[in-house]
Design a binder for this molecule. Structure first.
Ligand code: PLP
Length: 454
């Protein structure tokens, strides 16, 4: 029997990424409030938010300073835009702050409202850049199988998951996918991480040569693949990939939508993993998820091309009403101020060994094939047989069941396609809360094992 709110939800709401058929039966988990790393449902039941919402509430819930930053900006100037030469002080200050923080040469910042829009913008800018340079044939984009870059038409074309392509007539032509760097799942028997990385780089090179380097504009990668399975890259991966990209003048876009702002114990995930991209997409933790904001870094050569095009064509014809919304910028500035004042990034680095040790221990569980991660992000791969790494029939929905059991234990985690479970708590999680999270997850795995056996 669904509660009143749940019944009204089922009658009125279409939920993203939800099995709408089962949702009619089960209804939603309606959350009412949050505090620290906990969220509470409408019956007052607490859950550890082990996914930081959707990989975003870095500073946890109920942060009064973020709320006050939003309130003050709303009271002062709730809206103005950045079109046609209009500007606002939180936008200017945030662009300056981000320029300082960016680990890549950055001339300017372009704001969006989401990660998908940031990655869509990256595609358009890569195309625009090559048009400006008089090489309009250099337009193809290479992404990776299992990568996740969003759901707009171009970002979903880069996403490398079947569910984002089947029945959506995607990917668009000119979007290609190279191999997923998941050593546990795709390495050959006895292949070292370094050899696997080199093989993948060789495969990327072969793809670029097959397509013609003069047709390939950009390559996009997340530091840690999030929605594709919380997959950390194998040793030597980005060094090998970057050598190929440099040989063929292919622009490297780092999708830092999840890993940006501390997740891996560094300001940007790429800094922990040896990435040297040309440009960065960011969103999520920039505002700790309190209000929507994303963006991309623009390097000097691209900016020069944009200036030239503006002289020739008139205005730079891209942007949305809410790009760089002043309330979002004010909250982002406050988020970064708190990060700096409280040493949030160093705090993640300090807590990471404990988090990763508890995560690694789960690999001993009879239904866990691999437990992997970095910083405060991790993933589990559930398997039917540890030795052969065989997975359960996807129709059995084992990871989904594990996530439901976790919810019963008072823990929110996320299941991902391929029987994977992701963990990505707020960065402010305390050591005893890390223990509580993994204790609850262990109990959920035990209950999943018993359910399989029954
Ligand atoms: N890129 C990555 C790595 C993501 O994880 C996501 C969302 O989870 C996106 C892009 C898309 O961001 P949004 O949902 O804000 O459009």
């Amino acid at each position: 029997m669904l509660s009143n709110l749940a019944a009204r939800d089922v009658e009125t709401l279409i939920h993203p990424y939800t099995n709408l058929a089962t949702h009619r039966e089960t209804g939603p988990l309606v959350l009412e409030r949050g505090e620290g790393v906990f969220v509470f449902d409408t019956d007052g039941r607490p859950y550890i938010e082990g996914m930081a919402g959707l990989w975003c509430t870095a500073l946890g819930y109920s942060n009064g300073e973020l709320v006050e930053a939003a309130r003050a900006q709303m009271a002062r100037l709730p809206f103005t835009h950045l079109f046609s030469g209009r500007s606002h002080d939180p936008g200017i200050e945030l662009a300056e702050t981000l320029k300082e923080l960016m680990p890549v040469p950055t001339s300017k910042i372009f704001f969006t409202s989401s990660g998908s829009e940031a990655n869509d913008t990256q595609v358009k800018l890569a195309w625009y850049f090559n048009n400006a340079l008089g090489r309009p044939e250099k337009k193809k984009i290479i992404a990776r199988q299992r990568g996740y870059h969003g759901v707009t038409v171009a970002s979903a074309s880069m996403t490398g998951l079947a569910g984002n392509h089947a029945d959506w007539d995607l990917p668009l032509p000119g979007f290609l996918h190279t191999a997923c760097p998941h050593h546990y799942r795709y390495a050959e028997a006895g292949e070292t991480e370094e050899a696997f990385s080199q093989r993948l780089a060789d495969e990327l090179e072969a793809m670029i040569l097959r397509e013609g380097p003069e047709t390939v504009a950009a390559f996009i990668a997340e530091p840690v693949m999030g929605a594709g399975g919380a997959i950390t890259p194998p040793a030597g991966y980005f060094a090998a990939i970057q050598a190929v990209l440099a040989r063929y003048d292919v622009r490297f876009i780092a999708d830092e939508v999840i890993c940006g702002f501390g997740r891996c114990g560094t300001w940007f995930g790429g800094q922990a993993l040896g990435m040297r991209p040309d440009t960065i997409s960011f969103a999520k933790a920039l505002t700790s998820g309190y209000v929507p904001l994303g963006g991309v870094s623009v390097d000097e050569p691209l900016y020069e091309a944009m200036l030239d095009q503006s002289r020739k064509l008139g205005s730079f014809g891209h942007g949305t009403t809410y790009s760089g919304h002043p309330v979002a910028c004010a909250v982002a500035l406050k988020t970064i101020e708190i990060f700096r004042r409280e040493g949030i990034v160093a705090g993640v680095a300090a807590k990471a060994p404990h988090f990763q040790a508890r995560l690694a221990k789960l690999a001993e569980h009879p239904i866990v094939g691999e437990a992997r991660g970095i910083g405060l992000i991790g993933g589990l791969e559930i398997v039917a047989d540890k030795a052969s790494r065989r997975q359960y029939d996807p129709k059995a929905g084992v990871a989904a069941r594990c996530v439901a059991f976790a919810q019963g234990e008072g823990l929110i985690v996320r299941f991902l396609a391929g029987d994977r479970v992701a963990v990505c708590p707020p960065l402010v999680i305390a050591p005893d809360e890390i223990d509580a999270l993994f204790d609850r997850l262990t109990r959920a795995l035990d209950r999943t094992r018993d359910w399989i056996a029954a």
